[in-house]
Write a protein that binds this ligand. Structure first.
Ligand code: UFG
Length: 334
């Protein structure tokens, strides 16, 4: 298939592009490089030894996106493009709603014009909101979030659901990611955010590399086994492979389907820090600080639906995630 990957220079998008190319698909990447580097495109080519077409455009720019569809025979789209920083979205809600919603609406309009009916969307476990019990199951209400970023995911899921109702021959797969960490085994691709990282693993990577002084663990007094928050961390390569499976499923089906991509296991911040130290044979300077606003004490996936419907399950271990994260962080150019 010829697959359009929006946001394909980003963390999850780039790993997915690699797996698509490895599986023999053609890949077209559009990315405005607002939170990614061009170098990533070269690295995808280096890892796979394959070509890909790259367009440096904002996918909310309809004319330019239209040109991409006119020049390429796109069979399906994986839509990653979007702003994703929870804290920033609280400070800049209009920017988040404008960017994330506009790009999706534009993409759908252009897909419709070119009769492209297969879409895999990058959603998030954040759509389960604060009220559902964990493990989160797909049939639970997914209509709440705690940040404008999260609300854009809720809203886009709604838009895609309504679109599928109006166009029963369209297929939209809503992939609800848990906490992706880890990096490509080559050490060439990984999570490399601009500025000081908000997410745990890139922060740990920079502390380990001596670029940041110490990790602050947000909260040590939660009602969990060791007092720190629990999350379902999954390896980004497993996550990327989940997109391939979702694409194969979409090729054969119609309608909307929400699917969790997680391991089904929760581990705590302290457990992750300890695993990182052990597998990489180092000590990480850290302190326990106050809780971070908006953090939930614990959540993880019920991963049964992904296995049943897509034949997908995560295979990488926490040690794999920690080892590859460090391999990338110590080689990262910035
Ligand atoms: N954490 C720290 N110190 C840090 C960074 C994070 O202790 O410097 C802790 C957090 O408190 C949390 C855990 O590490 O307990 C994971 O935090 P991340 O920021 O890595 O991930 P979140 O679980 O907060 O965020 C994820 C996704 C978002 C999604 C959100 C919804 O990355 O896309 O879940 O809850 F919106």
């Amino acid at each position: 298939m010829n697959i359009l990957v929006t946001g394909g220079a980003g963390y999850i998008g780039s790993h997915t592009a690699v797996e698509l190319l490895n599986a023999g698909h053609k890949v077209v990447v559009v990315d405005d490089l607002s939170n990614a580097k061009y170098e990533v495109i070269d690295r995808i080519k280096e890892i796979t030894g394959k070509k890909l077409d790259f367009y440096w455009i904002d996918c909310a720019d309809k004319e330019k996106l239209w040109d991409v569809f006119r020049n390429q025979d796109i069979d399906a789209v994986i839509h990653f493009a979007g702003f994703k920083a929870v804290g920033e979205s609280v400070r800049k809600p209009l920017q988040y709603y404008r960017n994330n919603l506009d790009s999706t609406l534009t993409l759908l309009e252009v897909m419709e014009e070119f009769d492209c009916k297969k879409l895999v969307f990058s959603s998030s476990a954040t759509v389960y909101g604060p009220d559902n019990p964990h493990p989160y199951k797909e049939e639970m209400p997914a209509i709440q979030s705690s940040s404008p970023y999260g609300w854009t995911k809720v809203m886009i899921e709604r838009i895609l659901t309504d679109y599928c109702t109006a166009h029963p021959d369209f297929c939209a797969i809503l992939l609800r990611y848990f906490n992706p960490i880890g990096a490509h085994e080559s050490g060439l691709l990984g999570d490399d955010p601009n500025g000081i990282p908000n997410n745990l693993m890139p922060y740990i990577g920079r502390v380990a590399a001596g670029k940041l002084e110490k990790l602050t663990i947000f909260g040590g007094d939660y009602d969990t086994a060791d007092g720190t928050c629990q999350r379902d961390y999954l390896h980004v390569v497993d996550l990327a492979l989940g997109h391939l499976k979702a694409l194969e499923y979409a090729a054969e089906h119609q309608g909307v389907e929400a699917i969790n991509l997680g391991t089904g296991n929760g581990i705590s911040v302290l457990e992750l820090v300890t695993a990182f130290e052990k597998v990489n044979d180092m000590k990480l300077p850290y302190e326990i600080g106050p809780r971070r606003d908006g953090d939930l004490p614990a959540f993880w996936a019920d991963a049964a639906k992904a296995k049943e419907l897509l034949g997908w399950e995560a295979t990488h271990t926490v040690d794999d995630m920690c080892r590859s994260s460090w391999l990338f962080a110590r080689n990262a150019s910035i």
